[in-house]
Design a protein around this ligand. Sequence first.
Ligand code: GLV
Ligand code: MN
Ligand code: MN
Length: 412
Amino acid sequence: MSLTIDRDRLLSEIDELASFSDAEAPAVTRIVFTPTDLKARAWVKGRCENAGLTVRQDAIGNTFARWNGSDPAAPVVGTGSHIDAIPNAGKFDGVVGVMGGLEAIRGLQQSGFRPRHSIELVIFTSEEPTRFGIGCLGSRLLSGSLSPEAARKLTENDGVTLDEVRRAAGFGSDLERVKLPGGYYEAFIELHIEQGPLLERQETPLGIVTKIAAPASLRILIEGSGGHAGGVLMPDRRDALCAAAELILAIESAARTSGALDTVATVGICEVFPGAVNSIPSRVRLSVDVRDTDLQRRDIVMRAIETTCDLISAKRQVSVHGELLNADAPADCAPAVVEALSQSCRKHELNSIPMVSRAYHDSLFIARIAPVAMLFIPCRNGYSHRPDEYAAPEDIVRGTLVLAETLAVLSS
Ligand code: GLV
Ligand code: MN
Ligand code: MN
């Protein structure tokens, strides 16, 4: 099998996909089920059909593009990632795994290889939590990690339900049918940019992920008392933003003092009401994201946040209400898939290192129903979730080549 990756086609497709965006280039914003996301999905679907793949979509919009193997009864070898992008993101997060996955399949087709197991590219719906508060909606439902009933209740901030939004986007069928049957996958591999600096620092082109960190997120609502910024005396104030400021610093400190670099916590959203320069903030909504490779350590931080909420509430006479959106367990990658990736790296004389993924991915949930591993490529300065996110063409091509090689081995 002589396997080649069409570098120009792959890079130009990554660029073209970036043009479906609600932000000015180089930033990419592509929120799930917006008109822009729907146009991007249609474009990707067209590329898959051009490659002769059979495309189906499920009720949450997960898109599967299948290259049929010679044994239709054999479990599927899967690959893929997501194309939704958080506000003001870059063009590689998720996209490398989707367009790289498609290019890997096309490379294998052109090499003359014929799989025994079907190879299926999946574009997961809403890996990013932007619209409904929790990430990995598609893979949570596919793996049975989120019940259809709980999914139907998810809402946007303005109260519109996921069910209404998906139906308006043209996905109206039964959510109960999204969960995959047991034994669906033989193996699953996700190619992704590292989103951290380690591969670049170690001058290593590829990382093979052995473990994916455990994410948790909270929404916290703080309610104090508003009023005139001149008239209300300082001793009489119950300023919700001052309470939030104290809480944010306590969250940072809880993560910093965990004793491990793998513990991270971020307050990424702080909405202040009413938001006027001469009005005391009466209400603040925070979003908190806590992660660790170790579940116990992460949960110590979660408990510290809870205790601090109570202390600040009592001290500042404000109400503090926390809503847990998700608290997921970490995932271990499957040794056999990790080994298959390592062997492919060796075959192509490419160095690789084992890594932990500190970002979460759909693979975190697919790992609950399938043997999974992930392949990381470097990204400049470790930048991700920002417009200057960058992966070098040669790294994208190397990752795609190793993915293709491994898909071939696993599907034979
Ligand atoms: C996924 O984008 C994450 O936040 O890790
Ligand atoms: Mn992301
Ligand atoms: Mn991603």
